[in-house]
Ligand binder design. Structure first.
Ligand SMILES: NC(=O)c1ccc[n+]([C@@H]2O[C@H](COP(=O)([O-])OP(=O)(O)OC[C@H]3O[C@@H](n4cnc5c(N)ncnc54)[C@H](O)[C@@H]3O)[C@@H](O)[C@H]2O)c1
Length: 447
């Protein structure tokens, strides 16, 4: 099949590459000419495990091409995916300008039947708006489908190639048949393609992300209670996660959810609800709790240093909003950096993939290390903000020799509290007791 993808970011590039992998001819379109130039030359623009191999293979086979020219890109396509940004507007609702602007242009460019697919996360009613925008200028038949994307950054290729489910929202039989043919190779193991109307598909995406954000936030609140009552959140997590009704996944407490989706999607669903006179109380609470959770480590750090943070130097491991991605949108690490800079601290930071992206946003207000050990030099404490695998079993001996204080604030609960205490570290994590070494070494150099 001939497919055009408009918007070649995290979703567009993964979608385009994976569709070309199953033999389709895919043209990816973007207004960012630098991005298109790089991709055309075989330089991948995002870090996503497993993507580069597929990208290079399909580029070489000429099944995957890139252009900035919308008209040429969509000309022969039977299906046009919109993988465009839907950032939060000033009032919290999803800003549909990118989507509707492209829909408007498509109406002027289309000459034959095509299926236009909303892959962006869009509020209920968007499919109708897209249809309206196109039909202002294109008077023949075309299909509009809502096909929300559920891939997780970090495992996006696997998620796309073997989705738990594919949701297709359309009332058009013709469009449904085309989508069915396109997605069948991805669900050979029997996972369902779930058909519904456009509105239900649009809401399904918001409901999924809001539910997951709620689940994480619930555990973050349980962690807060654990800290106050002397319970261990790891034990509680295992205790409840083995109940099939609850499930083991998404029960890990931390320093708040971030990323390009949860914060904006929760906010947008609250706004959509308000617009129809419904106050979504749970989600309002989720947003409030998450704001506090993002800086929960700061209060622990402040307490440890008896309020004297000015002039302290911190090492920070992890900048991406989660491991196996270079995406830093709404990353908790950025909130920590901001809060510590305001207190007059300095930071040396390290992330295996996200440093260039951070540099382009915050510049040189922090020092960027070559590796995870270099940033520990002379650090008053280490802060961990992302659970990259390489941080899980570090060389503790190497750490001890370069850190000023053997002190760790871990926002991702990477280490066993007793084991790290036995190594002589003062260690605080989320929802668990602190480890306080018996010899009191950790209190050195406080002020
Ligand atoms: N990132 C995720 O994990 C994820 C998962 C599921 C759904 N989504 C949703 O998918 C959508 C896209 O997200 P993303 O993370 O890929 O965004 P992104 O910012 O990484 O990519 C969007 C791309 O669209 C391009 N663009 C903007 N205007 C354009 C135009 N007029 N014509 C062509 N290209 C244009 C931008 O240059 C950019 O490359 C959003 O609605 C998001 O909520 C994202």
């Amino acid at each position: 099949m001939k497919i055009a993808i408009v918007g070649t970011g995290y979703v567009g590039l993964v979608t385009g590459t994976c569709f070309s992998e199953t033999g389709n001819d895919v043209v990816c379109i973007d207004i960012d000419s630098n991005k298109i130039e790089k991709l055309s030359k075989g330089e991948i623009t995002i870090y996503e495990p497993g993507l580069n191999k597929l990208f290079l293979r399909n580029l070489k086979e000429d099944r995957l091409t890139f252009t900035t020219d919308l008209s040429a890109g969509i000309k022969d396509a039977a299906i046009i995916f919109l993988a465009l940004p839907t950032p939060p507007g000033a009032d919290g609702s999803a800003d549909l300008r990118f989507v509707l602007d492209v829909a408007d242009k498509l109406g002027k460019l289309m000459t034959d039947y095509k299926v236009i697919v909303d892959k962006s996360t869009v509020p209920v009613g968007t499919a109708e708006k897209v249809r309206e925008a196109i039909s202002k200028n294109f008077k023949s038949e075309f299909g509009v489908v809502s096909n929300p994307e559920f891939l997780r950054e970090g495992v996006a290729v696997d998620d796309f190639m073997k989705p738990d489910r594919v949701v297709i929202g359309t009332t058009s039989e013709r469009a449904r048949k085309i989508m069915d043919e396109l997605y069948n190779p991805f669900v050979r193991q029997g996972n369902p393609i779930i058909y519904m109307n456009e509105r239900s598909a649009e809401l399904t995406k918001y409901a999924a992300n809001s539910f997951l954000a709620t689940k994480i936030t619930f555990m973050n609140e349980i962690a807060q209670i654990c800290e106050r009552l002397g319970a261990d959140v790891d034990m509680v997590r295992r205790g409840i996660g083995s109940d099939e009704r609850i499930g083991k996944r998404f029960l890990f407490p931390g320093i708040g959810y971030g990323g390009s989706c949860f914060p904006k999607d929760v906010q947008a669903l609250v706004k959509s609800s308000n617009d129809v006179d419904y106050e979504f109380k749970i989600l309002n609470a989720v947003m409030e709790v998450n704001e506090k959770q993002k800086i929960h480590l700061i209060s622990k750090i402040r307490k440890y240093f008896d309020g004297h943070l000015k002039g302290k130097h911190f090492a920070l491991w992890g900048l991406a909003f989660k491991p196996n991605t270079d995406d830093i949108r709404e990353a908790p690490a950025l909130y920590l950096i901001d809060a510590l800079k305001k207190e007059g601290c300095t930071l040396s930071v390290y992330d295996p993939e996200a440093m260039n992206n951070v540099k382009s946003v915050i510049g040189d207000i922090v020092v960027y290390g070559e590796n995870q050990y270099e940033v520990l030099d002379n650090a008053d404490a280490l802060i961990i903000a992302t659970e990259w695998n390489e941080f899980r079993t570090p060389n503790f001996l190497k750490m001890v020799t370069s850190m000023k204080n053997k002190v760790i604030f871990d926002g991702r609960n990477l280490f066993d509290v007793n084991a790290i205490g036995n190594l002589g570290f003062y260690y605080e994590s989320i929802g668990r007791d602190a480890s306080i070494p018996a010899n009191g070494y950790y209190r050195k150099n406080i002020v």
